[in-house]
Ligand binder design. Structure first.
Ligand code: CMC
Length: 380
């Protein structure tokens, strides 16, 4: 029915895509046919980027050359770093700083306009390589430290942790962080990906699309939820409240439980399952089981209450914050890290859509007045 209104575009098909498939009924996520569990456990983020951008998993030689090209683009112009400093000094929020800096990056890309398609992937590679440098510099400056220059010999994940702390990460931290990047790389036409696609469909450059995607991801109903979950866990900890009591109080106030519910998943998010397992490993090896205990208690309680059965189940954000905390990553960097990963998906979707582009232009049902009589300003 042409005139059927679908609020929030829920369930509306707007494009064909080979990139990722989410089966919300059984809790399955695939990138180009590969199960997320296999990719998270067996592939690096660089391999996943190659898969999303070039259509197949790379062989060893292809991966070496792809990873080297990506690593070679990590340096960021000094002017951008100066802007990042100014934003940090002004107390700007990390997602807003990232949004501003990403937009600014185009000024230093001689190839920033180009045509769509191939140009989107070329520029996208530069953006993907530089976002971690911007984020780590922002965090360092906020902490009163100097930014650390990227090391092209480290992996995408390892280099970010290195630039953040000034120390090369151990293998477990690097592997854990790499897995988190893979898990967040793509997820169908979520709000930020669709935002990037709408912008890409006008044939604007991909800097604009990624900048828009960052804005969309920053909201609490989308990427911001991972930080909300961790804030709850900290609140529980600081008040020494029983986690279940915290949930009951939140429910009594009519509030939502962050990290639960999803527009597509009606069962537990497969990414949440993998991260939960990772959190369990980290807790066992460190002996610090606090976050695991709280999250388990909340999940068990909501399961007993029948919420999970009703389809309000743990999503990826319920566990990612605890994993980042275990890696020593500051709380308000969680959503920027989501952006650092999801940029791979934004670029893949924009490039794919532009191959057979059609300007995205839906319409609204007009419910305003009709035949209003215009009155000149001096007679109103
Ligand atoms: N806690 C309690 N009740 C909830 C929750 C929750 N977290 N999420 C949904 N519900 C209830 C909601 O109150 C509504 O109940 P009723 O029909 O009785 O009014 C019902 O479930 C349907 O909710 P909805 O808002 O119509 O569902 P939606 O598809 O628009 O919402 C969502 C999806 C993610 C916005 C929502 O579940 C939510 O606000 N969750 C908390 C925030 C969160 O964790 N966001 C991260 C999403 S996953 C990562 C990402 O994709 O970025």
């Amino acid at each position: 029915m042409a005139d059927e209104l679908k609020r929030g575009l829920e369930g509306v098909l707007v494009a064909e895509s080979d990139l990722s498939y989410v089966d919300g009924e059984v809790g399955k996520l695939v990138y180009r046919g590969y199960d997320i569990e296999d990719l998270a456990r067996g592939a690096t983020y660089e391999e996943v980027l190659y898969l999303l951008w070039h259509g197949s998993l790379p062989n060893a030689a292809e991966l070496d050359s792809f990873a080297a090209d990506l690593a070679a683009e990590r340096e960021v112009n000094d002017d951008v770093i100066e802007t990042v400093r100014a934003l940090a000094d002004a107390g700007e929020r990390p997602m807003a700083a990232l949004r501003t800096a990403t937009s600014m990056l185009s000024a230093y890309d001689a190839d920033a306009e180009g045509d769509a398609g191939e140009a989107t992937l070329r520029q996208g590679r530069r953006i993907t390589a530089k976002i971690p440098t911007v984020l780590a510099a922002f965090e360092r400056v906020r902490q009163g430290e100097e930014p650390v220059a990227p090391d092209p010999d480290l992996s995408h994940a390892g280099n970010f942790l290195y630039m953040l702390t000034g120390t090369e990460p151990d293998a477990v931290s690097e592997e854990t962080f790499d897995m988190a990047l893979t898990l967040h790389a793509d997820h169908g036409l979520n709000a930020s990906t669709f935002t990037a696609m709408v912008i890409g469909s006008t044939m604007a450059d991909v800097y604009s699309g990624v900048t828009g995607g960052i804005g969309a991801l920053s909201g609490p109903l989308h990427g911001g939820a991972n930080q909300d979950v961790m804030e709850v866990l900290h609140e529980i900890d600081a008040s020494a409240k029983d986690p279940v009591q915290w949930v009951k109080d939140r429910q009594d106030d009519g509030g939502r439980i962050p990290g639960f519910g999803h527009r597509v998943y009606k069962v537990k998010d497969p990414r949440a399952k993998i991260l939960e397992e990772k959190l369990r490993d980290l807790a066992e090896s460190s002996g610090d089981t606090k976050w695991l205990d709280y999250t388990t208690a909340i999940e068990e309680y909501l399961t007993d209450q029948g919420l999970v059965e009703k389809g309000i189940a743990p999503n990826v954000d319920f566990y990612s914050g605890s994993v980042y905390d275990s890696l020593g990553i500051p709380l308000d960097m969680y959503t920027p890290i989501f952006a650092m990963s999801r940029v791979g998906g934004w670029i893949a979707h924009v490039a794919e859509y532009q191959e057979d582009n059609r300007l995205i232009r839906p319409r609204a049902r007009y419910t305003g007045p009709e035949d209003a009589e215009f009155v000149p300003i001096d007679e109103r």
